[in-house]
Design a protein around this ligand. Structure first.
Ligand SMILES: Cc1ncc(C[n+]2csc(CCO)c2C)c(N)n1
Length: 222
């Protein structure tokens, strides 16, 4: 049986569920999350996005084919030209100025996660890097779908976090998520059991670091 992305999730099922169904996420869904926790998360996510732009630049460097190179360039461009601006505007709506974003210290959880991804890509190949990126690329789409499947999730004006959910349930985001899963499924089909086992380590590490990122938001830790 060829390996698939789904097998990476199965290899660390409880960590994956702990990430997708984290109390930060559940509280965001029912609207009970403390605004200070969300603001802390938004600020750190700005720093996270900058490091993720570097990870896409690394993906370009690690690309063996022109098509991979173009895909990495699209990812880098999307973050630099679209997502960072959206994030800056969204932060403004939450009372966080661009000036404040520019002067933020990185929380330890942000450093740990982003530098882990960059290191996994640096020491490995493009597949290692994509596997390290996949909890981010796939997880947030799954989170939006999980929230929408729950009766306690509030949508619309009664939930101050509605726009966040809307972003990750959008067709555009869901399509990008499926494109990433397809890319991984194609590559994973050819790997040996020993190689798959190496990749499960990277996937479960990145998933645990996503859990720590939610914890950092909830506890507003630095
Ligand atoms: C901690 C954290 N994890 C994942 C995402 C989601 N995300 C960040 S960059 C990117 C892909 C680039 O388009 C996606 C899906 C986030 N914002 N923050």
């Amino acid at each position: 049986m060829p390996y698939q992305f789904e097998d990476l999730k199965k290899s660390c099922h409880s960590e994956w569920r702990a990430y997708i169904e984290h109390s930060f996420v559940a509280q965001l869904g029912d609207g009970s999350l403390a605004p200070e926790a969300f603001q802390h998360y938004l600020k750190q996510d700005y720093l996270f996005l900058i490091q993720f732009a570097r990870a896409f630049a690394l993906a370009a460097y690690k690309s063996p084919t022109l098509s991979d190179l173009r895909q990495a360039k699209e990812g880098l461009q999307a973050i630099l030209d679209v997502e960072l601006d959206l994030h800056i505007n969204y932060c403004k709506e939450w009372g966080i100025s661009e000036q404040e974003l520019a002067n933020l210290p990185e929380a330890r959880a942000t450093i740990a996660y982003t530098r882990y991804v960059l290191d996994a890509g640096n020491r490995g190949d493009l597949l290692d890097l994509h596997v390290a990126l996949s909890p981010c690329m796939v997880g947030y789409g799954e989170i939006a779908n999980w929230l929408n499947s729950r009766a306690v999730t509030k949508r619309g004006d009664s939930n101050p976090y509605d726009a966040w959910i809307a972003m990750y349930e959008s067709d555009e985001f869901q399509q990008a998520m499926h494109a990433e899963i397809r890319w991984l499924d194609d590559r994973l089909a050819d790997v040996s059991p020993a190689r798959f086992s190496e990749l499960t380590r990277i996937f479960s590490d990145a998933t645990r670091l996503e859990i720590d990122f939610w914890e950092m938001g909830l506890k507003q830790s630095d």
